[in-house]
Design a protein around this ligand. Structure first.
Ligand code: ZN
Length: 248
């Protein structure tokens, strides 16, 4: 680390749980973020600011006026740009130190398998079950930790799947193929800071995986009720019939 980096990350390096060693792990880490919307914005911004060395951004959507109420990585003058291009500008302005890779094509199983190779953590910030299931299957196959978030209306969810541990439940253990309810904010609405609450926690869990301090919430599902600022914690059970994580 050079003097500029020591200064930039000094408030983190001061923490006994991070220290120089932890900061170096962050600087050499590679994290794939699926979706650069309401959740992906704070995830990407906090991970960039914290010094995660390589962020891979995947989204094929463009910035729309109706996104700006909550998708804080984007700005009014970038309406019409791709979300990854807009987010990359925000992140490089925050921290020119980090490398950013952009993916703008839709992610099918083959593309995912390629993009996921060599990544330390995958952060799912997308808004549809098709992508969530594909991302989960790719993470289970490659044994890569998955940090999953969701936010809709006034409710948020956070779950972490440590796919390195074959006893850990996967996302598919939690939801089956019948889970086709429309979960988009376009159809249901969402309160602006709710995505910040869930996205910030996704960034926190990701940093814990990379640095290896404390304990992630792997094996649990946290449900947040923004109306009363209340959390519920549910234990995730591995589904013995799960077609994704049970075949090995
Ligand atoms: Zn499973």
């Amino acid at each position: 680390m050079n003097d500029q980096q020591l200064l930039r990350y000094s408030r983190q390096i001061m923490l006994a749980d991070i220290d120089i060693e932890g900061q170096e792990k962050l600087l050499t880490a590679s994290v794939l973020i699926i979706g650069l919307g309401g959740l992906g914005s704070p995830v990407a911004m906090y991970l960039a600011a914290a010094g995660v060395g390589h962020l891979i951004l995947a989204d094929f959507d463009t910035v729309d006026l109706s996104n700006l109420q909550r998708q804080i990585a984007h700005t009014t003058d970038r309406i019409g740009q791709t979300k990854v291009e807009s987010a990359a500008q925000t992140l490089q302005a925050l921290n020119p130190d980090i490398k950013i890779t952009s993916i703008t094509q839709p992610l099918d199983a083959d593309t995912l398998a390629i993009q996921i190779a060599g990544v330390d953590v995958v952060v799912d910030c997308c808004d549809n079950f098709t992508t969530r299931f594909a991302v989960n299957a790719a993470c289970v196959n490659a044994k890569i930790p998955l940090v999953s978030g969701a936010a809709i209306r006034l409710e948020g969810q956070l779950a972490v799947f440590d796919n390195r541990d074959s006893n850990c439940a996967c996302y598919r253990c939690l939801y089956d193929d019948d889970s086709t309810e429309d979960t988009t904010c376009a159809a249901n609405g969402v309160l602006s800071p709710l995505v910040g609450v869930i996205g910030s926690l996704q960034a926190l869990e990701t940093i814990k995986f990379v640095v290896g301090f404390g304990q992630t919430i792997a094996g649990k599902l946290l449900v947040f009720d923004a109306r009363y600022t209340q959390w519920r914690e549910l234990k995730l059970m591995k589904d013995k019939q799960c077609p994704v994580c049970n075949k090995k």
